[in-house]
Ligand binder design. Structure first.
Ligand code: DX5
Ligand code: ZN
Length: 221
């Protein structure tokens, strides 16, 4: 098992003072900045793009930025995120006509690549591209909005994904996204996740550090 990483989703951050809010959550102990990109086409919401990713880098954010593309088609925006300083780029197989090609595009620039699985999307989409994956992200809500409730069936899917990754012997992180909080993070970890996206649970709190500390204490149990 890899080390656990906590990745606050800046979807729930204060966009009017994003740089400071990202600094605050990193100072509070976050490991990764989760960056949700929505296009009002693949998902019914519109958020932020490569200019904002670059702005965070120019502002001085050095932590890994985990770009989650809820975008269709994905290919034409990948290059902009590579230039904007993304550390990971993950996308939904439904957003690409040629999943292997999109993964190669990301990897060719030295960026880490991953596939994202909606609650109803089967895991077999990863089967023939595992050698190109640095991350598998399971959605535990339907994508588009923060603040939704964790779908319990995702726990079995996590166990299935964990078994596939372990059987492959490859170095692939298993990330979970949607409805993660201090109450459920422990059982999510037990089901196999090693990287935890949390938006509203962290940014909705007055004290980010206390939430992240509780999450880490739960993970250490
Ligand atoms: C949903 C996004 C998530 C979301 C998580 O489409 O991919 O990253 O912001 O938010 P919470 O933790 O509030 O469910
Ligand atoms: Zn996300």
């Amino acid at each position: 098992m890899k080390s656990f990483k906590i990745a606050p989703s800046i979807l729930s951050a204060d966009f009017a003072r994003l740089g400071q809010d990202v600094d605050a959550v990193l100072e509070a102990g976050a490991d990764i900045v989760h960056f949700d990109v929505m296009d009002n086409h693949y998902v019914p919401n519109l958020t932020i793009g490569p200019m904002v990713c670059k702005a965070l880098r120019d502002y001085g954010v050095t932590a890994p930025i985990d770009v989650h593309l809820m975008v269709k088609p994905v290919d034409r925006i990948i290059g902009d995120f590579l230039e904007a300083g993304a550390s990971y780029i993950t996308f939904h197989p439904e957003g690409s006509e040629h999943v292997d090609r999109s993964l190669q595009l990301i990897k060719s620039a030295g960026c880490k690549a991953g596939l994202v699985f909606n609650p109803a999307t089967p895991l077999h989409h990863m089967d023939y591209v595992m050698d190109k994956l640095d991350m598998v992200l399971l959605m535990s809500v339907n994508p588009g909005f923060g603040g939704q409730k964790f779908i319990p069936g995702t726990l079995d899917k996590l166990r299935e994904a964990r078994a596939k990754i372990d059987a492959s012997g490859l170095d692939i992180r298993l990330e979970i996204d949607g409805g993660v909080n201090t109450q459920n993070i422990r059982e999510i970890a037990e089901a196999g996740a090693d990287t935890f996206v949390a938006g509203s649970a962290i940014f909705g709190a007055d004290d980010y550090k206390s939430v992240i500390d509780i999450m880490r204490a739960e993970l250490a149990k």
